[in-house]
Design a protein around this ligand. Structure first.
Ligand code: ASP
Length: 422
């Protein structure tokens, strides 16, 4: 039997979910809320499984890359430059669209809604830095703390590679045992991942049907201008990515979208770039055809610092709320928005609605009242999906650009390598 591609299965699940959500009341649920909330159970389980796999995948993939691939010494610098330029462009697009379309200018009535106080969780930027170094080696694996896990994995990767290079030059091969073990474990994680990926359409169905049944489409009417502006800005960011991919890599935009469609649609459906990460990594290697080292740098290492969709959204939200309140932000304040949006997007974990938590940093920096973030919650479940897809597209773009203009079919085996600069 011909297998239906994953992205199509997810699209079908989305359509069926919208229909079921509408049949269940679309905002005025016909069953009690708890019963409807049970619809999300498969999705909770599947997303949990994806997040569980993300940590060993990151750890093993980074070690595997360091042990087996040729990483050009400039990759680290190239990666950082790409990450920061993409984020700056995203914020610039967000501010431009918000300044031109002024979605909050006619939304003064919303100012009243914001009055109802709700606790908003706050971001602690210093906590992020102190989290970088874990308390013990295994803690990041146990806590699923991706940033400190990358720190541990990079340290081990660099050291193991140096040891391998030394042994190769002395004609010794003790390193082979560990290299093979890591390779085997890595393959095992990928296989388990395939089982979970096959279940993703069920996750999508459950979560979307539940949200539509409980919330309906009402909030979209009052926040229509904002929703539309964010979509326009994210769309412009997507065009920017495709242009960069066309100019800076061997991948054609068409191949890029086709090969990455499973990842993009999973990102949209799950609203979690961390849960999507294993699928992004897989698609980049097997469908787009990138080298494992490029996919690993862009989609695993880079991904955690690269949330352009979130950065764009945070900057736009600050401008939107300031327009609703009739307080225009001057240039200096908009620069503050740029700087804090960068930090807030790096700090946003790749999980649903993480951007709302880190947005507190952006709002506080320019004196906007935090309660107004709650206005956005009503539409955030949808906009979160859109910005997560852009976050993942950003990771894919970085991976393609790191892969370069010339296609190499496989990672070349290492003979002697320099690792100092990475
Ligand atoms: N949900 C987003 C992600 O996983 C983060 C955010 O809330 O902006 O990438």
């Amino acid at each position: 039997m011909h297998k239906i591609p994953l992205y199509l299965q997810i699209v079908i699940a989305l359509i069926v979910a919208v229909i079921v959500g509408v049949l269940l009341g679309a905002g005025q649920p016909i069953l009690d809320k708890e019963t409807i909330a049970h619809l999300a159970l498969p999705s909770t389980l599947i997303l949990k499984a994806l997040r569980t796999l993300a940590t060993p995948l990151i750890f093993l993939a980074i070690l595997h890359t360091f042990l087996t691939a040729e990483i050009p010494s400039r990759s680290g610098r190239k990666l950082s430059i790409l990450l920061i330029t993409n984020t700056l462009v995203a914020i610039a697009i967000g501010l431009l669209v918000a300044n031109v379309l002024r979605p909050g200018a006619s939304g003064q009535s919303l100012a009243v809604i914001g009055g109802k106080q709700q606790a908003v969780k706050q971001l602690d930027p210093w906590g992020l830095i102190s989290d970088l170094i874990p308390e013990s080696i295994l803690k990041p694996l146990v806590d699923n703390n991706v940033i400190s896990l990358i720190f541990v994995a990079l340290s081990f990767g660099i050291v193991l590679r140096a040891i391998k290079t030394e042994q190769v030059s002395r004609n010794q091969n003790q390193y082979l045992a560990i290299e093979q073990t890591i390779g085997l474990l890595f393959d095992a994680v990928i296989r388990i991942l395939h089982w979970v990926i096959a279940l993703v359409p069920f996750a999508v169905f459950g979560i979307v049907a539940k949200t539509i049944a409980l919330q309906g489409f009402e909030p979209f009417k009052s926040l229509g201008a904002f929703v539309l502006s964010v979509i326009v800005a994210l769309f412009l960011q997507a065009i920017y990515y495709l242009t960069r991919v066309k100019l800076g890599s061997w991948v054609s935009p068409r191949q890029f979208i086709q090969g990455g469609s499973d990842a993009l649609i999973t990102a949209f459906s799950t609203a979690s770039s961390t849960a999507t990460m294993p699928i992004t990594f897989e698609s980049l290697i097997n469908k787009v055809g990138l080298r494992e080292s490029s996919a690993s740098l862009g989609a695993l290492v880079g991904s955690n610092f690269n949330n352009d969709g979130t950065a764009l959204y945070e900057a736009m939200s600050a401008l939107f709320i300031s327009q609703v309140l009739g307080r225009n932000l001057d240039l200096v304040q908009q620069i503050m928005v740029v700087l804090t949006s960068i930090v807030a997007s790096v700090g946003a974990a790749g999980i649903p609605e993480a951007g709302l938590v880190t947005m507190t940093l952006v709002f506080s920096s320019v004196g906007l009242p935090l309660e107004y973030i709650t206005i956005l919650i009503a539409v955030d479940w949808f906009l979160d999906r859109c910005r997560t897809a852009i976050n993942v597209m950003g990771d894919m773009t970085v991976s393609a650009l790191v892969d370069g203009k010339h296609r190499q079919l496989k990672d070349e085996p290492i003979v002697a390598v320099q690792t100092e600069e990475l």
